[in-house]
Design a protein around this ligand. Structure first.
Ligand code: PLP
Length: 366
């Protein structure tokens, strides 16, 4: 079984070390370096887990590592959307949800479905902290992102989370884009952290996975029980092979993210002065930015089609740089400009990324 018990022994270590060390078998003569992939649907009776829809040692290894990074208890889900659906299930029947007016479009779609089914939805702009604070007493669950996708707006997490805590409103932060290396929402008072593990945590665009993380407190354990029940009974569970790959990817998160963030900062600065860029949306940290190109949707599409190094695709957080005009998806919010391209900066050489993007951007002006 993976080493799930000794996180306290690593408490003095930095996250860059813990991400490498956590979730491995205990150091013992002959022990393997990695938690094995366990392919089983069931277990001999009278053990800690009966059936593999409710637990798997490969999940536990990943959950230990992510839990240490976020400072809580993690659960792996079949996808980021699986994690989002589980977190939204914490909304009581007839309850109200408070959310930014522009959010990751999968979350936006799910919230709209809830609205159509009778849930009250309160929407505020990401920068409207006072508005969030005013609406919180009317809400049962508040949904935040760090930063918002794809507008890259930074939400003032601390005051909103602190007030939510005082009022007993369940708070959820989608921390996919910051990763725990830049933001640890549980420390700021969040109840639940959500991840699309598909992105930076696994980092190689080869799995679709999600996770929820809750604080290791009485309230957190109660929420963890409900999230676990949701995962087990709705049945959206991860395959052990995918989780093994995600844990392998997670080991290099700090290195990948450091490089990607440094390149994103450099590209954001250079793009500010580019003749084909009307606006740069860079939150000041992280490896994501969006740009509004000069011209219309067709100009933005020409840019996306013209890159050679950047991979024109949906998704983000892979080692390969990716770009996409977000409004090509009919479900993307109308608050997202038609000519906005979202950039996910990977780990390639920054000069190759710049040369490719600069050349492609010139097609917007054509
Ligand atoms: N959260 C964010 C911020 C995302 O960008 C995405 C996917 O793009 C998701 C959640 C959903 O994750 P998944 O695609 O793993 O279901």
């Amino acid at each position: 079984m993976p080493d799930t018990t000794s996180s306290s022994e690593r408490a003095d270590l930095r996250l860059e070390t813990r991400v490498v060390a956590a979730g491995r078998p205990p150091h013992a003569p002959g022990a393997s370096a990695n938690a094995p992939v366990e392919f089983t649907s069931t277990y001999a009776a009278d053990g800690p887990v009966n059936y593999a829809r409710s637990g798997n040692p490969t999940w536990s290894a990943f959950e230990t590592a992510l839990g240490e990074l976020e400072g809580g208890q993690a659960l792996v889900h079949a996808s980021g959307m699986g994690a989002i659906a589980a977190a939204l299930s914490l909304l009581p029947p007839g309850g109200a949800v408070l959310v930014t007016d522009t959010t990751y479009n999968g979350t936006g779609d799910l919230v709209r479905d809830l609205e159509e089914a009778g849930t009250k939805v309160l929407r505020r702009h990401a920068s409207d902290t006072d508005g969030f604070l005013e609406s919180l007493p009317e809400a049962d669950l508040v949904w935040l992102e760090s930063p918002t996708n794809p507008l890259m707006d930074v939400i003032a997490l601390e005051p909103i989370l602190a007030r939510a805590r005082e009022l007993g409103v369940v708070s959820v932060v989608d921390n996919t884009m910051s990763t725990p290396l830049l933001c640890r929402p549980l420390e700021l008072g969040a109840d639940v952290v959500v991840h699309s593990v598909t992105k930076y945590l696994s980092g190689h665009s080869d799995v679709v996975l999600g996770a929820t993380v809750v604080a290791d407190t009485v309230r957190g354990r109660e929420l963890a029980g409900r999230l676990h029940r949701h995962r087990t009974l709705k049945g959206a569970i991860a395959g052990p092979m995918e989780v093994f790959l995600a844990l392998r990817g997670l080991r290099t998160l700090a290195l990948r993210f450091e490089r990607a963030c440094a390149s994103a900062a450099e590209l954001a600065a250079r793009l500010e002065g580019h003749a084909a860029v009307a606006r740069v949306r860079y939150p000041g940290s992280g490896a994501m930015l969006s740009i509004d190109v000069v011209g219309d949707a067709a100009a933005a599409e020409r840019v996306c089609a013209a890159t050679r190094v950047w991979f024109h695709s949906t998704s983000l957080g892979g080692v390969e740089s990716q770009l996409e005009r977000r409004r090509r998806h009919p479900s993307e919010a109308e608050t997202v400009p038609d000519n906005l391209i979202r950039l996910s900066v990977g780990i390639e050489h920054v000069e190759d990324l710049w040369a490719d993007l600069d050349r492609a951007l010139k097609t917007a002006l054509a």
